[in-house]
Every structure is written in C-alpha cells, then in structure tokens.
Design a protein around this ligand. Structure first.
Ligand SMILES: Cc1cc2nc3c(=O)[nH]c(=O)nc-3n(C[C@H](O)[C@H](O)[C@H](O)COP(=O)(O)OP(=O)(O)OC[C@H]3O[C@@H](n4cnc5c(N)ncnc54)[C@H](O)[C@@H]3O)c2cc1C
Length: 282
C-alpha cells in the first residue's frame, strides 16, 4: 500500500542515495553553504517556507514484529494523524499535527502512550526527530523566470503532508525545462495540479469532519478495501472540482498557529534559526 523508506545521511537512505547519484553524475555538492542570491540558470529547491504542519517523533531499534499503525485522534495529533511503523528491527513513531503546535510535547507523549497500550510499542536507542512542512497551493511555480520545485513551490499533499513524490517529480520537470526548453508551467499544471487540488479538497473535508466523520473514515480505512478507499479519495471527481473554489479559501483556516512565543524554545517549527531542523526519518 505504501513505500517504506529511510531518510537521513546513512547508507541506504533516500537522501544518501540521491547524493551518491548526483556525485556519480559529476555534481559539485557544497554543504553548509547557503545560497544568498539567484544567478544564472537555477532551480529553487529550498523546501517549506512556513510551518503549516509539524511532525515530532522518535526513531528507534526494537524487537517488535513488523507492522504499520495509524491513529486519528485530536489529543495525539490535532487535525492530523499519529503513526507507528516497524520494519526489520527499526521503527519510527510520530505525531503529525496540523494545529496545536505549542503542545507538541504533550501530543508526542500521548502518542507514545497510545501505541504502548494498543500496539505494544517497545523502543531501544530512541532518538528524537522533528520537522515542518507547508500546505500552500501554488498559483505559479516560477519566480523571476526561475522554476521552483518541491515544497518551495508549495507542492505538497494538503491532506497528509506527503511531498516527496511531488518534490522529485517537479525536480525532474524543472530539469527538463532547462535542458530541453520545455514549458515548466504547462508541465506541472498538467501533471501535478489535479492531485494538488484534490489534496486541498480532502484537507478541507477532513478539517470539517467531527468525531463521527473521523470514525467513519477510520472504519473505511480499517476495512478490507483500504487501498481502493485511498485511491478513490485521491482521484479527482466532479464533486471535488465543484468544492475546490470553496476549499481553496478555507483549507488552511484551522491550521494557522502563530509561531514560537516560548521563553525556553525547543519547538521544531519556529524560524528564528537557533536550532537546526533535524532530518525527517520516514
Ligand atoms: C518529519 C517529516 C516526515 C515526513 N514524511 C513524509 C512521508 O512519509 N511521505 C512524504 O511524501 N513526505 C513526507 N514528508 C514531507 C517531505 O519530507 C517533503 O515534502 C520533501 O522533503 C520536500 O522536499 P524538498 O526538496 O522540496 O524540500 P526539503 O526536503 O525541505 O529540502 C530543501 C533543502 O534546501 C535547503 N536550503 C534551503 N534554503 C537554502 C539556500 N538558500 N541555499 C542552500 N540550501 C538551502 C534546506 O536546508 C533543505 O536541505 C515529511 C516531512 C517531515 C518533516
């Protein structure tokens, strides 16, 4: 039903594999070198510009059997979801919240407690991780003639905050536009915009869903047809097209959560730059 992959700098992770491919292709990679000014033919790929979603969790070693668990519950992850994934002795558990960021520590603690009780969560060598994402729906993905890709452009699934495929796919479209002179705007609008819009409508509906709506969704997802339920949810339809103009204006309304006002800040979303963002781990 889904691909399970690891993030980070170690061998075998997505990020490390992409780096190795780039180096093998002769790319010069400079770490800790922030680009300040646009020059020449570039692609802007700077990631999220604001925090609409934050994820906090732990990666760990475990003796648990492989499995995947999803929980939809406001005290675990407001307007979002909590998950536990275990594969071959490694696991990740997280709260992915779309609002209520200030209580991130309480939501993570409730998530750990929930999975201990319901899935027998056992962790050794647990390490914390966190990160943030945005859910902006782009009208344009070109800035001063330069293509924007991934979350920098706002390419992100509005419902779940899944942006990896969008980032990689839009990167390819942008590269093709530079190498072959194809029209980037036409290309992303044709191949990415329909699903982006469906994600926005899905998020709008999810935000509206009360307790009964969530129970209904859980019932459908937990049934034997999970894959087709998800496929249907992500398929553009006449109803979703009709709802889109409304959804576009309201899908982020409940998500806004003014950033850090802590004295002793340890939040993962604030942008004052005192703390580096740790890498995502799924
Ligand atoms: C905890 C977490 C879990 C996630 N899980 C999933 C998941 O299960 N599935 C999924 O599909 N998506 C997931 N996502 C979202 C996914 O990680 C992002 O959508 C995706 O990584 C976006 O890729 P990107 O290349 O656009 O941006 P990023 O991966 O954010 O990369 C942008 C990079 O640009 C660098 N940068 C920024 N400005 C500059 C500058 N001026 N000069 C040089 N470098 C700069 C940043 O440091 C960063 O390394 C998750 C995100 C988080 C935080």
């Amino acid at each position: 039903m889904f691909y399970l992959l690891r993030r980070g700098s170690q061998a075998g992770t997505l990020d490390r594999s992409l780096l190795d491919q780039a180096l093998a292709a002769g790319v010069e990679v400079r770490f800790n070198d922030r680009v300040q000014r646009a020059s020449g033919r570039m692609v802007f790929a700077g990631g999220p510009r604001r925090a609409d979603i934050i994820a906090v969790g732990k990666v760990f070693d475990t003796q648990m059997a492989d499995g995947a668990w999803l929980a939809l519950k406001p005290d675990l992850a407001p307007k979002g979801y909590a998950y536990l994934l275990v594969h071959q002795g490694r696991g990740t558990v997280a709260s992915c919240m779309f609002t209520g960021f200030r209580n991130q520590a309480a939501h993570l603690s409730a998530t750990l407690d929930f999975f201990e009780r319901h899935a027998g969560l056992q962790m050794t060598n647990a390490k914390p991780f966190g990160g943030f994402g945005n859910t902006r729906l782009p009208r344009t993905a070109v800035q001063g003639g330069t293509p924007l890709i991934g979350e920098h452009a706002g390419f992100q699934d509005g419902l779940a905050g899944f942006g990896l495929r969008y980032a990689i796919y839009s990167g390819r479209l942008a590269a093709q536009s530079l190498i072959h002179g194809t029209d980037y705007t036409k290309a992303w609008k044709r191949s990415l915009q329909p699903a982006l819009r469906t994600g926005v409508v899905n998020r709008f509906l999810f935000n509206l869903a009360g307790r009964h709506g969530i129970d209904f969704a859980v019932g459908r997802l937990a049934g034997p047809q999970t894959r087709s339920v998800l496929r249907q949810a992500y398929r553009p339809s006449a109803l979703k097209t009709a709802l889109f103009p409304l959804a576009r204006y309201w899908f982020r309304a409940p998500l806004s959560d003014p950033s850090c006002t802590h004295d002793q800040c340890d939040c993962v979303w604030c942008e004052h730059g005192a703390l580096p963002q740790s890498s995502a781990s799924r």
